[in-house]
Design a protein around this ligand. Sequence first.
Ligand SMILES: Nc1ncnc2c1ncn2[C@@H]1O[C@H](COP(=O)(O)OP(=O)(O)O)[C@@H](O)[C@H]1O
Ligand SMILES: [Mg+2]
Length: 325
Amino acid sequence: MSTSRNRLLDHRFIINTGKGGVGKTTLSVAMAMAMARAGRRVLLFQFNVHDRVGPIFGKPPVGPEIVELAPRLFAVNTTPPDAMREYVLMTLRVRLLYRAVFENRTVARFLRMIPGLPELVMLGKAYYHEGESADGRPRFDAVILDAPATGHGMFLLQIPRVISDAVADGPMVGEAHRMAELLRDRQRTRINLITLTEEMPVNETLEYQRRLREELDIEPGGIIANSVYPTPFSATEVRQLRDLRDTLRIRTNNNHDSGERDLSSMLEAALFRDARCAMQKGYLDRLEQESGAPVIRIHHRFEPTLDAAALEFIATELSSGGSTS
Ligand SMILES: Nc1ncnc2c1ncn2[C@@H]1O[C@H](COP(=O)(O)OP(=O)(O)O)[C@@H](O)[C@H]1O
Ligand SMILES: [Mg+2]
């Protein structure tokens, strides 16, 4: 079955999960850029991080206030106390109750002791914005969650269920149920598993996918293999490079021409690069076979820092559904 819709960027609620350093923030920003470029109003949602996103757009680091970083591209970097205050006020709309309960110090300390509660309120805020409307239409066309790295983001996805299992009654339970539903709703929500194409990250991604399915009944929308090296040579070219290297090796052993030694080093470097690509290809194949999920490839960018221009390239790759080689 083919579809002209780009499934990667179609959803209203996109959650980018994975270990620290795999590219969650980078791809979240690039996705937001791609969507904003396509005319959608998008909110990039970060969980209490040292923000690097504002400066990419020449703005101060993003804090708990929603800011528009580029046309239609909004961002927020929420903290547990901010999310708690806002979320409770927004959903319960009982200011007095909020003051009585949440601004009481003893209670506040107690709430901090409940594991998962800070994450629940932050997730709750994201959930609220997903459903928020302004002037009779949705305020945002999409919300992109740059998930915290703890346990690949599994913790965040577990919270609604943990809360609804642990707490018998009260306003939080209904919210937790609705959030758990949203996380499993494959029409509205897409959960991406982001990984690098190396032994450990690939093993861990497959394990994480298995746990999402078995423990949370969540089927991820897909895997994104980030930082894939573009294949530089065709098979014929690789054969030619090898032949040339072997010929030079024999010759250089006999006479010590430094020019030939330099060429020989360059050939080694080219073949090393090719070997690395072949290794990545092996991991990509494994991810595809063992996950049974679509694997989207995003190329490694060789710029020293990923500024807005470099991110635009990644945004374009994401818009077209990733690279094929
Ligand atoms: N496709 C890519 N090409 C080149 N560098 C990348 C790419 N994706 C991520 N990076 C770099 O890798 C590092 C980690 O990425 P980041 O998005 O911060 O990961 P995470 O949010 O998962 O911790 C950053 O320095 C980022 O610039
Ligand atoms: Mg990050």
